[in-house]
Design a protein around this ligand. Structure first.
Ligand code: NAP
Ligand code: F7E
Length: 329
């Protein structure tokens, strides 16, 4: 039974990847950092099937110890400070987690067992002010946030360890991918949760920033499959993972409010506080290399993604309402 270590297992992608690896017959070690309150909401259903290991990307010795204890064959580095606005307010901490954390983990691999296969969660945010449309593995980077800058560092240090130490290290340049497990602060889940609350009479408005920016939005479970495929090839390489379609935040609003027969313009309030110091205006990926070499393709369309997220939020808030009614009865 192969062993895989997943950092960031409590996050959106970590939880879906852990499920996929369990299905493939792996022993899964999920690395979690110590918090005063346990935050296992996304992995509660598989908590008994995976092993939890305490570690932190800020602490090199904890990474070395985990590798020595569990001897994984594959390491997926999904942990990061992943919210772009927080990277503007906490740029140094973002660099520590999202940039230097990658070096700490790669160096732990080099010291403990350089035959470990390594996946780095790189991001389309590295393309930032895009140099070409669509963006592929050959598009030059121009990050527009401390998060994007940190991810560029993480990407190149992964390439550097591959070339310097012959480590099987891959960088997956993933475009935005979403699901009902997406953090509530990201625009897609903020919108679909807002739509559900408005439909059920729990909210009256939804405050948002820039509605013009365009993203290439896919479905997270599809994207973790690409991560796994990258580590099953003969040679390590870097891949763009995307749907190839781009939509504006405004189109996301039209689709999600439309799904519950509401007009978004009656509820959305534009709020300057959600604008960023520098914006990424347009992202759309060319995933043809992943298609050719990994046999990967997305399975969920933009419309399906929006509808499944709205439906999941409607179900969630209906359940909360029933619970509240039962407890007050
Ligand atoms: P997420 O939901 O924000 O999860 C991030 C994970 O990182 C959480 O489990 C978090 O743990 C953990 N973490 C943060 N700092 C840590 C530290 N110092 N030590 C150990 N763990 C730490 O992110 P996601 O959407 O699943 O994304 C996964 C990865 O892909 C991230 O690296 C992200 O930057 C990258 N990415 C995401 C997308 C996307 O569209 N989702 C696209 C491209 C790249 P806690 O639960 O303790 O906070
Ligand atoms: O913003 C606009 C905002 O925060 C998308 C992360 O997973 O994907 C994610 O980064 C767009 C931006 O995602 C609000 O200005 C408008 O243009 O959902 P987001 P992101 O910044 O694209 C990449 C690939 C990652 O790697 C990151 O880790 O939506 N927007 N109004 C808003 N965004 C938010 N969050 N909240 C608003 O109210």
């Amino acid at each position: 039974m192969p062993t895989a270590l997943v950092t960031g297992v409590t996050g959106q992608d970590g939880s879906y990847l852990a499920e996929l690896l369990l299905k493939q017959g792996y022993k899964v070690i999920g690395m979690v950092r110590r918090t005063s309150t346990i935050n296992f909401d996304r992995i509660r259903h598989i908590q008994d099937e995976i092993e939890i290991a305490q570690g932190d990307l800020l602490d090199q010795l904890s990474l070395i110890s985990i590798l020595q204890e569990y001897r994984p064959q594959e390491v997926y580095n999904l942990a990061a400070q992943s919210f772009v606005p927080t990277s503007f307010s906490q740029p140094v901490l973002t660099g520590e987690f999202t940039a230097l954390g990658v070096t700490r983990l790669l160096d732990a691999i080099r010291i403990v067992d350089p035959s470990i296969r390594f996946y780095q969660a790189s991001s389309s945010e590295m393309f930032g002010k895009v140099r070409e449309v669509p963006q592929s593995e050959d598009t030059p980077f121009y990050p527009r946030s401390p998060y994007g800058v940190a991810k560029v560092y993480g990407h190149w240090i992964t390439v550097n360890y591959r070339e310097s130490y012959d480590i099987y290290a891959c960088s997956g340049i993933l475009f935005n991918h979403e699901s009902p497990r997406r953090g509530l602060e990201f625009v897609t889940h903020k919108i679909t949760s807002g739509v559900a609350r408005i439909k059920l009479g729990l909210s009256k408005e939804l405050r948002l920033g820039n509605l013009d920016s365009r993203r290439d939005w896919g479905y997270a479970p599809d994207y973790v499959r690409a991560m796994w495929l990258m580590l099953q090839q003969d040679n390590p390489d870097d891949y763009v993972v995307a749907t190839g379609e781009t939509h504006s935040v405004r189109e996301f609003l039209e689709e999600s409010f439309g799904h519950v027969d509401l007009d978004w313009q009656e509820f959305v309030v534009q709020d300057d506080s959600y604008y960023r110091p520098a914006e990424v205006d347009l992202l759309v990926g060319d995933a043809s290399k992943a298609g050719r070499q990994l046999g990967w393709e997305p399975s969920v369309s933009f419309g399906e993604l929006v509808r499944l997220m709205v439906d999941a939020d409607l179900e969630y808030w209906q359940r909360q309402l029933k619970r509240d009614a039962a407890s007050s009865a």
